[in-house]
Design a binder for this molecule. Sequence first.
Ligand SMILES: [Fe+2]
Ligand SMILES: [Fe+2]
Length: 157
Amino acid sequence: MGKKAKEIIKMDAGKVIDELKKAYCDEWLAYHSYHYMAQNTVGKATEDMSEMLEETAKEELEHADELAKRIVELGGTPVADPKKWGDNANAPYPYPPEDMDDNKIINVVINAERTAIDVYQKIAELCQGKDHLTYQLACHILQEEVDHEEDFENLTR
Ligand SMILES: [Fe+2]
Ligand SMILES: [Fe+2]
């Protein structure tokens, strides 16, 4: 990041980097869990469920990419070791249910999405008026997490 780009951040960039790094780990864990579940669905709605999970998984991976880009811009390094993702995330790995029951899968996703909403809400609040670019990124991801929660909540109605 250039001199001017650093100057316009009116807060501790280290604090922003820390929060983005935790969110980066959350996204990888969600990506892996959703992708795994997409590959291993067994319920009646297998094809639809699988497609929805895969689409959502891809968006989580995009989030990880977008976060990584901002972490690097701010001078940080995203957590490289997959073994460390669990310990450095905001939430534990969203474990796929053993029996891969559709309703349990939906619950796993909804819980993970609600955590994600809290995470990006918090990052947006932290950066609002102080680091516009991270604020904008947090709002963009927040919108997609809100959509994910709704998509999976709709399956329970
Ligand atoms: Fe995400
Ligand atoms: Fe999501």
